[in-house]
Write a new protein. Structure first.
Lengths: 194, 165
């Protein structure tokens, strides 16, 4: 749910990174945080366990500049990927404007990817959204891994609505900004239609 | 979109701002924030500069969401009030209507009783404005007669420019 403030001429959008455990959601956000112009970024908040696994969420506010005289701000969130944190994942989807699904390219994680998309569909539905219509991007992460599945195979298994599909190596920054941009584009275009 | 967007106009914003500024003064609070349940800050009053407001808004919403989840687990509709006591500063968090969260930060210059009393009064006023905003949005959505969106003419170039291309 986008928040448009006419008084301060600001528009705030919430983007959620979703995906199975250890697929690189936090790595995406961390890379954006490290690269962003210091004036544009806020503080990166990470609620993680002692072993750096996301416990509740990571949060990064980003000032993107202005469109039509309105300051555009993105709030980036990640969910905890581990299966047993489902209750927390559901909460974080509340009021989201767009989803970036980070898939782990390693062959052994394909089933976890599929399960996570099914879980996303359920949790979106419980929050009143439809996975088939919400702004959505599929990122194929860890393309540099030796055990990475071929792109056509991942596309066949994971792509279901002709959504933008972007190959990435998040820890090197490859594809990270492109992914965010593809999601932002859909959200802003949605506002145009509204 | 599944739910109505939150669109706030100048007049409504000014009223909200007035109410929380008065609350900050009446409750002798350090800072008062009004936050949306999705984690976005709506308005703030008091010594705002001393706190990272964006992180505060997001963490408060996360906190309220988690507490909501706990409430449902034990069969409650919600816990409408959260209170965190610190050594110097305390945090009073309460739900306003369906989508607002009121955060009051106060120290020994005030008391929990005073804050609770003032929050109760301010909540009622805030609730009325939220209702107005919602009714207007509902009306516009029903009649299909929405306000002229500033984004109706957004282009690919505008979006590219946001990313510095």
């Amino acid at each position: 749910m986008t928040f448009i403030n006419y008084a301060s001429r600001e528009i705030n959008c919430k983007i959620v990174y979703y995906g199975p455990g250890l697929c690189g959601k936090t790595t995406n956000i961390q890379w954006i945080y490290e690269q962003a112009n210091p004036e544009k970024k806020g503080k990166l908040v990470s609620l993680a366990t002692e072993t750096d696994r996301t416990l509740f969420f990571d949060f990064l506010p980003l000032d993107m500049g202005t469109v039509k005289g309105f300051k555009v701000r993105f709030h980036l969130y990640t969910v905890p990927g581990q299966v047993f944190y489902d209750a927390s994942r559901k909460l974080i989807l509340r009021g989201c404007d767009g989803i970036i699904f980070v898939a782990d390219s390693q062959q052994a994680r394909m089933e976890a990817n599929i399960e996570s998309i099914a879980n996303l569909a359920t949790n979106l539905k419980e929050n009143g959204f439809d996975i088939r219509s919400i702004p959505y991007v599929l990122q194929l992460n860890k393309r540099d891994m030796p055990s990475a599945a071929p792109v056509p195979e991942m596309e066949r298994l994971l792509r279901f609505r002709n959504e933008p599909m972007i190959e990435a190596v998040a820890n090197q920054g490859t594809g990270v900004i492109e992914t965010l941009k593809a999601c932002a584009r859909q959200i802003l275009m949605e506002l145009q239609r509204a | 979109m599944a739910k109505l967007d939150l669109v706030m106009f100048e007049e409504e914003y000014r009223l909200l701002q007035e109410i929380i500024a008065r609350l900050a003064k009446d409750a002798s609070a350090k800072v008062v924030f009004l936050v949306d349940k999705n984690g976005q800050q709506i308005a703030a009053a008091g010594d705002v500069k001393s706190i990272d407001a964006t992180s505060l808004a997001s963490l408060t919403a996360g906190n309220v969401a988690a507490t909501d989840g706990l409430a449902k687990l034990i069969g409650e509709k919600e816990f409408s009030l959260l209170f965190h006591e610190g050594e110097k500063d305390n945090l009073h968090i309460s739900i306003v209507g369906k989508r607002g969260i009121l955060v009051v930060i106060f120290d020994q210059n005030s008391s929990l009783a005073l804050v609770r009393l003032r929050v109760k009064k301010a909540s009622k006023e805030l609730q009325e404005i939220f209702d107005q905003v919602e009714q207007r949005a509902q009306k516009e959505s029903d009649t299909g007669n929405r306000f002229e969106s500033p984004f109706s003419e957004i282009t690919d170039e505008d979006i590219d420019r946001l990313f510095g291309d």
